[in-house]
Design a protein around this ligand. Structure first.
Ligand SMILES: [Zn+2]
Length: 364
């Protein structure tokens, strides 16, 4: 329990608008200390699902808020709603960051703030900066005094190395189960639901939130665990089980889609209130939503495969007296691990899972 006081003090020093960062203790303490006098560029580095994006928006709110991040004033509220004129989140429009998008960022940086004393430009997916890096380097190195950059990246790719060296690095780490649980309970989720969702989230706050909203979560986990007992040596059963699994992954994607529809509706309503005829940047938001749906699906299949592997691990223990059955379970687990590893390569999911279940069926 040595980290409880650190977490409490991080929470105490955080501006209210940045309260959601409390679980990322190191990042929270670096950023809370930066609000009064920020440097020209920050690099938020960490795997997907660690809250880099929402932390960047909260940090930006604190930087444009006249009260240092009260969470309550028009500047804070407009930033959180994605509509502060001096906070820009740049979404990529291609498979990597395009040179023309980088040029647009350079001229935006020169423009200077409109309403606040400074402007904040958040650059997303910058592990994909590639060819666009040289265009941005000078601006990121020495932007106008009134511009602060927050660069988000999953890793320091070769293209990002030089840019990274010009930024203050802020590391975001996968969260442990109890930090996720505390974060969910803090957001009003019931404690028992929070614990279950936190345990199955693989360290990712976004997935923990999604599962906490998802009524079918427990039954989907059970379906995966029960798979070995339902294999009957026929290809017909394998293909119907795979159909069931993929349909159940779609249920979770639908939960995510619902949340995304709410986000678009809220942003559209806010734009209309301001007398705009349409939501600016809608295409970029929809493209980001499609990428998120894909990630939700892959995470769900990966979590299912982990539940399936756990079912075979139980057999390793209970069948420990039979060398043949231990060998069978070990082979099954390594086949499942291999399938989980292939998911990142965007495979045909039906073929991948059918091949896996046929192999499990043959070895059991
Ligand atoms: Zn404020």
């Amino acid at each position: 329990m040595t980290d409880a006081p650190a977490s409490a003090s991080a929470r105490r020093d955080l501006p209210p608008v940045m309260a959601g960062l409390a679980a990322q203790q190191r990042a929270a303490s670096i950023l809370a200390g930066s609000v009064a006098a920020p440097v020209h560029a920050y690099l938020f580095l960490g795997p997907p699902g660690t809250g880099r994006r929402e932390s960047a928006v909260a940090f930006a709110a604190a930087l444009v808020c006249p009260n240092g991040g009260c969470g309550d004033c028009p500047a804070c509220r407009d930033t959180l709603a994605g509509r502060h004129p001096d906070v820009t989140v740049v979404e990529r429009t291609g498979a990597s960051i395009l040179v023309e998008d980088a040029r647009a960022v350079v001229s935006l940086a020169q423009r200077g703030p409109v309403a606040a004393p400074r402007q904040v430009i958040v650059l997303t997916d910058f592990q994909l900066v590639g060819q666009a890096a040289p265009v941005l380097l000078k601006t990121l190195e020495e932007p106008p005094e009134t511009t602060v950059f927050v660069v988000l990246a999953e890793s320091v790719s070769p293209g990002l190395v030089t840019i990274a060296s010009r930024c203050v690095e802020v590391e975001f780490v996968p969260l442990d189960v109890s930090s996720l649980e505390v974060a969910l309970v803090g957001e009003g989720i019931a404690p028992d639901v929070a614990l279950g969702a936190a345990a199955a989230a693989g360290g990712r706050l976004d997935r923990a939130r999604l599962l906490a909203r998802d009524p079918g979560f427990a039954s989907r986990q059970a379906r995966w665990r029960d798979l070995p007992g339902r294999l009957d040596g026929t290809g017909a059963t394998v293909s119907s089980l795979v159909g069931e699994i993929l349909a159940s992954a779609d249920e979770l994607v639908e939960v995510a889609r619902e949340r995304q529809r709410e986000e678009i509706e809220a942003a559209t309503a806010a734009a209309e209130r301001d007398g705009e005829r349409r939501l600016a940047g809608r295409q970029a938001i929809e493209d980001r939503h499609k990428r998120e749906q894909r990630r939700v699906r892959v995470d769900e299949l990966r979590a299912g495969l982990a539940a399936l592997a756990a079912a075979y691990r139980v057999r390793l223990v209970t069948d420990g007296t039979s060398p043949r059955r231990v060998a069978t379970a070990a082979r099954a687990i390594s086949a499942i691990d291999a399938a989980a590893g292939s998911l990142a390569r965007n495979p045909n999911e039906t073929l991948l899972l059918e091949a896996l279940l046929l192999e499990l069926d043959a070895t059991s």
